[in-house]
Design a protein. Structure first.
Length: 694
């Protein structure tokens, strides 16, 4: 552990103890008052935040800024480096659809991208969506992560959803491409999910209710008119997604709570027909539906297929009783996504913590698509339904993004686009895939990036990231942020711990409910392995996570504080017990399937055993940086605030504990190239500062 750092004087927030009691367990919270009791309603009016809460957050922000003030020049330098390596201005290769070539780009000096299109047979380019122009005059602007901006199938209209306040209440726009006029009134309170009907006459969209839940699906004429309710979900555990099949034959309404799912289908040739149920929700049965060659293709975990299999069904009799086997379950090959083409069907599957593509010809033929690196990221990136190629995006920690078209018949690969990265030279860096042995013997993958000149003698600082939640896999992608650290002698690593999806649903399931401590112990095992292999040393590791991954960083600090030089907890979920009782949070009903229901005494005691906030004790903690957003409706700003306040109070090391709350943004922070680079530079500066490199 490093010596205490002299500097600005930290705020000392008042303590007002509140006790939460259940099953004979009393949990005392000295900083509960920082949570605005009417927090959810105040998201839309943050100016009404209680003055004393605003004052303490302002004081914390000022303190964090003062402590890190000596790193300002370093931060500016890293922003410039990351910008040069980000490929700003270079979009993905154009996508061909319906006689048009669509291309995203980032105009010079812009924070947000623009989408244009050009006829395949020649002609002038047309602006489809200028996100920079749309964001002008708005304090916040972010496109929906749920449904990408999309043209209608006839390419006359264009739809997009945007959060213009930072609270994830999306406004849905439909524009005539040729004229630039809005085709219909803006839809307010959209959840961010939408799609056109195959005939382009209708728009389906998901409503966000007053407590931010996706509860209803509406259909309205694409050119404007009355909204008609076509589906309503009454179970608050279930989330709604919309998707149109690539063959334009069906629109699917997908529902899931993470443990069971249900799909309703609307025929493309009858878009106003009532949705048809495929298979009723059943505990532990997960499935989703696609359409190919006149049949439904169903990806499912039915019958013990933990890593999923494919079955087919006739659309006139789609229920489980009529499912017919197609691609059998292969343990260890997790079928994560599928994509249909007229002549082939493509799987994106995870094998031993790496994604791969598998091409099926529908006649029993199957061919894998080989990848080169030990660890890499891969994603579907294009090729319309009639295309003879599937295009995928490929990158690794030492490979800038490139787009590769794979011929579906021959397997031949052609690079159709590559992002430049300034002065980056792949030969300067080393990427390895290592494996740590967990306390129960499990093998935990680690992706490691370092500069080739960094000594492996135990002296290098280590930046260690993990998420390990909701079955989400952390891709080992090309990261200018991590490269900026590697250039300064920091070893960068991703711990692919249980709770994530890198090794399939079983990897996630092991860390659900009363298995969550495995995510934490896996993270510690990864740090210890990297110490044992001399990639770093004890007290030289900076731990970082985001959102639900905050449990891992917070608990690992409580369990093994001596391992860490610093902690970075970004919008962290750290007050587990109280949050799981918070019915005002729209995520909680569905999240209990992951964390466990505290109404069960055994579950409650288990949650209390690892909850980072409740297990902070008097010991020598490392330096810490907690980041939050005042408008966050997923993890309230008070979670990072309370965690930082209690950590500072209890720590005996004298190391600074910093809190920064963005007073104008939510869970994802401000969108745009420069805000994202500035957040990355702040994280890097703290990492270097905490390890004595700044």
């Amino acid at each position: 552990m490093a010596e205490p750092i002299a500097g600005p004087v930290a705020p000392i927030p008042s303590k007002r103890p509140e006790t939460f009691e259940k099953f004979g367990v009393a949990l005392v919270d000295d900083y509960a008052w920082v949570r605005n009791p009417d927090w959810f309603n105040r998201l839309r009016t943050p100016e009404r935040l209680e003055p004393e809460i605003r004052a303490v957050l302002d004081a914390e922000n000022a303190y964090a800024d003062a402590v890190l003030a000596p790193t300002q020049d370093l931060q500016r330098q890293m922003v410039a480096e990351m910008l040069a390596r980000s490929g700003a201005g270079e979009g993905a290769p154009p996508q061909v659809s319906g006689g048009w070539r669509y291309a995203w780009s980032l105009p010079p000096g812009a924070e947000h991208p623009a989408l244009s299109r050009q006829p395949l047979d020649g002609g002038l380019a047309q602006m489809v969506l200028d996100v920079q122009a749309e964001s002008a005059g708005k304090p916040y602007y972010r496109l929906s992560d749920f449904s990408d901006p999309t043209p209608s199938p006839d390419h006359r209209l264009f739809a997009w959803a945007a959060d213009e306040a930072g609270d994830q209440h999306f406004r849905l726009y439909v524009r005539e491409i040729e004229t630039g006029r809005l085709a219909s009134p803006v839809i307010e309170s959209c959840y961010g999910e939408f799609c056109f009907s195959p005939d382009s006459r209708w728009l389906y969209w998901v409503w966000r209710d007053p407590v931010s839940r996706p509860t209803k699906v509406f259909r309205r004429p694409a050119m404007g008119g009355e909204d008609v309710l076509i589906y309503e979900e009454t179970d608050p555990r279930f989330f709604i997604a919309l998707e149109k099949s690539r063959a334009d034959a069906w629109v699917f309404i997908r529902l899931s709570d993470g443990e069971s799912s249900e799909t309703w289908a609307i025929p493309g040739d009858d878009p106003t027909a009532p949705p048809r149920l495929i298979e009723p929700r059943t505990p532990q049965l997960l499935y989703d539906v696609d359409a190919w060659r006149g049949r439904f293709v169903i990806r499912t975990n039915a019958d013990g297929a933990t890593d999923y299999k494919l079955v087919t069904a006739d659309p006139t009799a789609p229920g489980r009783a009529h499912w017919q086997a197609w691609i059998d379950h292969q343990p260890g090959r997790f079928i994560a996504e599928t994509r249909s083409f007229r002549g082939h069907y493509v799987l994106l599957a995870w094998v031993d913590a790496n994604p791969t593509l598998v091409v099926l010809d529908g006649e029993g033929g199957e061919r894998g698509v080989a990848m080169a690196d030990e660890a890499y990221a891969l994603a579907f990136a294009g090729g319309d339904f009639d295309s003879p190629t599937v295009t995928f995006a490929y990158e690794s920690p030492r490979t800038p993004p490139r787009w590769i078209a794979c011929d579906l018949a021959s397997g031949d690969q052609t690079v159709v686009g590559q992002r430049t990265a300034g002065d980056f030279d792949a030969a300067d860096y080393v990427v390895r895939r290592l494996f740590a042995t967990a306390e129960d013997g499990a093998s935990v993958p680690i992706t490691v990036l370092r500069h080739r000149d960094t000594p492996i003698d135990g002296t290098a600082p280590l930046y260690l990231y993990a998420y390990g939640s909701y079955g989400y896999s952390i891709p080992p992608d090309f990261s200018p942020q991590r490269l900026a650290l590697a250039d300064r002698g920091v070893v960068c690593a991703i711990a692919h711990v249980r709770g994530g999806g890198e090794r399939g649903p079983g990897w996630f399931a092991q860390a659900r409910r009363t298995g969550k401590r495995l995510s934490i112990s896996d993270f510690i095992a990864c740090a210890e392995h990297l110490i044992a292999t001399r990639h770093t040393g004890v007290g030289r590791v900076v731990a970082h996570s985001f959102s639900a991954g905050g449990i891992i960083v917070g608990a690992a600090a409580n369990w093994r504080p001596e391992l860490w030089a610093g902690l970075i907890n970004q919008v962290p979920f750290v007050d587990v017990v109280r949050s799981c009782h918070d019915t005002s949070n729209p995520l909680i009903p569905g999240a209990l399937a992951v964390w466990g229901d505290p109404a069960d005494e055994a579950v409650f005691r288990y949650l209390a055993s690892y909850s980072p906030y409740d297990n902070i004790t008097e010991q020598a903690y490392p330096a810490a940086l907690a980041l939050g957003g005042l408008l966050d409706n997923r993890v309230g700003y008070w979670e990072p605030a309370k965690w930082a306040m209690r950590l500072r109070e209890k720590s005996t090391s004298g190391r600074p504990v910093l809190l920064k709350i963005d007073m104008t943004a939510g869970h994802q922070g401000h969108a745009g190239l420069m805000p994202e680079l500035e957040r990355a530079a702040l994280v890097n500066a703290f990492t270097l500062w905490a390890t004595g490199r700044a």
